[in-house]
Design a protein around this ligand. Structure first.
Ligand code: IPE
Ligand code: IPE
Ligand code: MG
Length: 267
């Protein structure tokens, strides 16, 4: 049952709301199997869930929502399943893009688009252009995405700049590496959520998630409602991120920050 309007409100202050949430939407196939249905049935219901989570992320003031929709490794799945997933992606974009536009959502894609059909690739690029004037939530879809492939492309791009004499080895720093990744310009994910009970990263944002908080839930993606998302955000809000510092150091910098603001935002 969709829970729009029935969910309990989340009232956490702005500074403990993650700027960037990345979700590994896993468990569609098992969700369908539990119901005695084919895997594609799970993908269909999984796609339905996306609208609600995008809406909630926007309402919560999250800046970036990255959704892992299809991995580089998923190309090895049976051709029929790949076809259905690609069809659902196309269907979702065609159906939702006007609504995303009305909600002021921006759209980005990370991954190797050259492997997509030309119709899906064109639709993705068109949608990106169509929503480019918006200023709200950035919906970032990881599509045909693998972090190792992304990093390999970045290394090749940097090597090409070196070979062309546009760059010196001593100019290579972490910022330069970040700016050659597909996520250039986006903040790193503060929170990575994985549904379905698996506790692995599956080649997702390996560089960017260096200091992310992780939230694993046994809930299968088609059952990941607004309330489940709220639980993940509450879990994030309760954590102390230390980035290598001591707890005392973190507390004193938090005290200095809380002198300035305490804006609260229900969502
Ligand atoms: C996630 O669900 C969707 C994609 C990977 C495209 P799965 O299809 O991986 O579902 P399970 O993990 O087999 O249950
Ligand atoms: C990760 O899920 C990729 C997506 C959710 C798109 P998988 O189901 O492909 O991951 P593994 O194979 O269980 O690691
Ligand atoms: Mg899976």
């Amino acid at each position: 049952m969709p829970s729009i309007g029935l969910s309990k409100p989340l009232n956490i202050s702005r500074e403990i709301m993650p700027r960037h949430v990345a979700i590994i939407m896993d468990g569609n196939g098992r969700w369908a199997k539990l119901r005695g249905r084919p895997r594609i049935f799970g993908h269909k219901y999984g796609a339905e869930r996306v609208r609600e989570i995008v809406e909630q992320a926007g309402q919560c003031g999250i800046e970036v929502l990255t959704l892992y929709a299809f991995s580089d490794e998923n190309w090895k799945r049976p051709i029929e399943e790949i076809g259905v997933i690609m069809h659902l992606l196309e269907h979702y974009l065609r159906k939702e893009r006007d609504e995303l536009n009305r909600k002021n959502v921006q759209f980005r894609v990370i991954g190797d688009l050259s492997k997509l059909s030309s119709s899906l690739r064109n639709l993705v690029l068109e949608t990106r252009t169509m929503l480019s004037g918006n200023s709200g939530l950035i919906l970032n879809v990881a599509l045909s995405y693998g972090a190792r492939a992304e990093m390999t492309r970045a290394v090749a791009a940097i090597a090409a700049q070196l070979a062309a004499g546009q760059l010196k080895p001593e100019q290579i720093d972490q910022e330069l590496v970040s700016s050659n990744l597909d996520t250039a310009g986006l903040p790193d994910p503060d929170l990575v959520i994985r549904t379905s009970g698996e506790q692995r990263i599956s080649n997702f944002l390996l560089w960017q998630a260096a200091y992310s908080e992780f939230y694993f839930t046994p809930i299968m993606w088609p059952d990941f409602t607004r309330d489940e998302f709220t639980k993940a955000l509450e879990s994030f809000a309760s954590r102390e991120r230390r980035f290598g510092l001591t707890s005392a150091q973190v507390e004193s910098s938090n005290q200095a920050a809380s002198m300035q603001k305490m804006e609260s935002r229900p969502c």
